[in-house]
Design a protein around this ligand. Structure first.
Ligand code: NAD
Ligand code: ZN
Length: 348
């Protein structure tokens, strides 16, 4: 089958041939319709330090996708050939304490589709059936879950998991980082009833996207200070909830200084290992901080589908669509930072 393969230990990704994966008794085989490019795929493309020590070569990567079930393992219940599905990219062990308690997102033995094992940038993907997530018809969901959006439910799930970590109703929310995930978090925070949703970045293209997603203010922190924005919005005390989605140490430090006492901070962005913060901001303000990894299995999935069905619109974040044979251009645009989500069509 056709696949986008990390074939060599150097920057790049290449279209090539891979074996069609075999279906085990507990698996489903999915014929891929569309995929989306994740920041992780760009790390793999760029072959940075993380990718060098994580990605087996050669392997086809990718973990954001939608497709159709074409084959079902003998022990699988609840799926039929033809079901439209996306899937949870974290494959969990099922036997550790958290898995047994139903807290699979906290599994200590998580394996990543397209990171630790073959991925979705291919004509077929095989995953454990429990990881597949059946989608409602595009038509019955108010048009909200067509194949384009379904291709990037994985990062929408990151945004939903982070944003729904704390009560946002009537709260003032600061999001640092207007990448695709930060932009989608803006839409979610507005959808569930936050008051002001302020987002920061250093990239004007992305700040514009965040405005289209409904941000109260999208702030270029090179030009404007968060405290000035707060004054404009007549916020006298500080932000109630912070969502760190930049992975940038300075953004995180800035966030801590503008949080109100008793504020709650969810951290999705992955900062460099030696990032330091002013702990006084955390301790004397009594901040609550929560690290976020992946999506809750499968509460986040049910919630994001329900939000899409009840009017959450994330379509402005989708900025480019390509046929899969145009992948080189798609990766170049994603690397340039002048894009939101980019979807590749595998069947067009
Ligand atoms: P992204 O890299 O596309 O977006 C990050 C944004 O932060 C960029 O637009 C960048 O310009 C911006 N930024 C840089 N410096 C900044 C600053 N000083 N202030 C404000 N913004 C600044 O990433 P993404 O795909 O949207 O993901 C967001 C983050 O979440 C990344 O760090 C990613 O690695 C991480 N992530 C974590 C998980 C998890 O499970 N914990 C899952 C997916 C992604
Ligand atoms: Zn486990």
């Amino acid at each position: 089958m056709k696949a986008l393969i990390k074939a060599r230990r150097e920057p790049g990704i290449w279209m090539g041939e891979a074996e069609i994966p075999e279906v085990g008794p507990n698996d489903v085989k999915i014929q891929i319709t569309k995929t989306a490019i994740c920041g992780t795929d760009i790390h793999i493309y760029n072959w940075d330090e993380w990718a060098q020590k994580t990605i087996p070569v050669p392997m086809h990567v990718g973990h954001e996708y939608v497709g159709k079930v074409v084959e079902i393992g003998s022990h699988v219940r609840g799926f039929e050939v033809g079901d439209r599905v996306s899937g949870e990219g974290h494959i969990t062990c099922g036997y550790c304490r958290n898995c047994r308690a139903g807290k699979r997102h906290l599994c200590r033995n998580t394996v990543g589709v397209g990171v630790n094992r073959a991925g979705a940038f291919a004509e077929y993907l095989v995953i454990p059936a429990v990881n597949a997530f059946k989608l409602p018809d595009a038509e019955s969901s108010g048009g909200g879950i067509g194949d384009d959006v379904a291709a990037f439910l994985d990062p929408l799930g990151n945004a939903a998991h982070t944003a729904l970590s704390f009560d946002l109703v009537g709260e003032d929310v600061l999001i640092t980082g207007a990448g695709p995930i930060g932009c989608m978090a803006v839409a979610i925070a507005k959808h569930v009833g936050a008051r002001h949703v302020v987002i920061s970045d250093v990239n004007e293209y992305r700040l514009d996207l965040a405005r289209k997603m409904g941000a109260t203010r999208a702030v270029d922190v090179r030009k404007e200070k968060l405290v000035d924005v707060m004054r404009d919005l007549r916020m006298t005390e500080g932000f109630d909830v912070g969502l760190e989605m930049s992975g940038n140490g300075q953004a995180f430090r800035d966030m801590l200084t503008v949080m109100n006492h008793g504020g709650r901070v969810a951290i999705l962005g992955i900062p460099p290992g030696d990032t330091s913060i002013d702990w006084n901001q955390v301790i004397f303000k009594g901040l609550v901080m929560k690290g976020i990894y992946g999506r809750e299995m499968f509460e986040t999935w049910y919630k994001m589908i329900a939000m899409l069905q009840s009017g959450l619109d994330v379509t402005p974040v989708l900025t480019h669509r390509y046929r899969v044979d145009e992948y080189q251009e798609a990766f170049e645009i994603m690397r340039s930072g002048r894009s939101g989500k980019i979807v590749l069509d595998w069947v067009a």
